[in-house]
Design a protein around this ligand. Structure first.
Ligand code: PBG
Length: 338
């Protein structure tokens, strides 16, 4: 907010401060550094690295490659990695049982990354969708996603992640009451230092499209004859903003240490309101579709790729974010000179 009364033109010429790089740097209001990034990473159960076609430059990584990537994050000054699993289709079931497997690919990746680079924070998605054959984030009964039955599974999942050495649990399911349940379970199991970053205001969004390909969960969740449940029954309506404040308030009272808005760029108005209303460490997720849009336009020569990456990430800082979860993290850190 502008506090000073403005001198009239020509005493005030706003362009004076824009005339050289040094003046622009001197008066810059927000700064983007590698410390602002949480690197969004997909781990798979096989060997090596597998490109994700709809996300040029993003690959699914084996557990061993994740460990190397953790060292890379450390070298680049990226504070944390968020890990998302790609699970073989035959291991999925209606309840997402694999989500709570202590020997599953997420827990193995967490251990490998913490061994390789203990200084890098590891965040795990607490959600069932990579593990369910229907692609939903919850247990379904009669076409409805059951809230409380889902929470029980999320708690089991969160506990094995914490046991594996995960530093931050990030519930992305949007069930009511899951933050309190996770916090209680963590305290009860002696994991009082494990943090919770809640996907507090998470919207039902078309921008998650490429992620579904990346984790192999198909184009589900829109409500169809075969699969009547709809992600819109748990994720937020994109038209709403007052409701976002209620969601965030709820998660803070339940014990969230940090809150997140998702998707990112189309929801910066929500970020700003959350920052102003709660003054909590607030993050945004620059999701797969946002990544794909920039890369597709740049691939066609319609955008300057490097400038678009940094400008898009800088927008989150300008909006008041403490940091941003992004697939661009290593690339952007290098562009920033890391
Ligand atoms: C679901 C989850 C999703 C993403 C992260 N966790 C997809 C969804 O809610 O349908 C999307 C991430 C992205 O698009 O990059 N638990």
């Amino acid at each position: 907010m502008s506090k000073a009364p403005l001198a009239p033109y020509p005493a005030l010429r706003l362009r004076r401060l824009r005339q050289a790089d040094w003046t622009r740097r001197l008066v810059r209001e927000s700064v983007l550094t590698p410390s602002d990034f949480i690197w969004s990473m997909v781990v798979h159960e096989g060997e090596g690295r597998i490109p994700v076609p709809s996300m040029p430059g993003v690959e699914r990584l084996s557990v061993a490659e994740c460990a190397k990537a953790a060292k890379e994050a450390r070298a680049l000054g990226i504070p944390a990695i968020a890990v998302f699993p790609h699970i073989d289709a035959e291991k999925k079931d209606a309840l997402g049982e694999q989500a709570a497997d202590p020997d599953g690919v997420v827990c193995r990746a967490v251990k490998a990354m913490k061994d390789a680079a203990p200084e890098v924070g590891i965040m795990c998605d607490v959600a069932l969708d990579p593990f369910t054959d229907h692609g939903h984030d919850g247990v379904i009964e009669g076409g409805r996603i059951l809230n409380d039955a889902t929470i029980e599974r999320l708690v089991a999942q969160g506990l094995v992640q914490a046991e594996a050495g995960c530093d931050i649990l990030a519930p992305s399911d949007m069930m009511d009451g899951r933050v309190a349940a996770l916090r209680g379970a963590l305290e009860g199991a002696g994991h009082q230092d494990v943090m919770i970053m809640s996907y507090a205001a998470k919207y039902a969004s078309a921008f998650y499209g490429p992620y579904r390909e990346a984790i192999g969960s198909g184009k589900l969740g829109t409500g169809s004859v075969d699969n009547p449940a709809d992600k819109k029954t748990y994720q937020m309506d994109s038209a709403n903003t007052e409701e976002a404040l209620r969601e965030v308030a709820l998660d803070i009272t339940e014990g969230a240490d940090m809150v997140m808005v998702k998707p990112g760029m189309p929801y910066l108005d929500i970020v700003r309101r959350v920052v102003e209303a709660f003054a909590m460490p607030t993050f945004a997720f620059q999701v797969s579709g946002e990544y794909a849009m920039i890369m597709a336009a740049a691939g066609n020569g319609w955008l300057d790729e490097e400038r678009a990456i940094l400008e898009s990430l800088g927008a989150f800082k300008r909006a008041g974010c403490a940091g941003v979860i992004t697939y661009f993290a290593p690339r952007a850190a290098r562009l920033l000179g890391a």
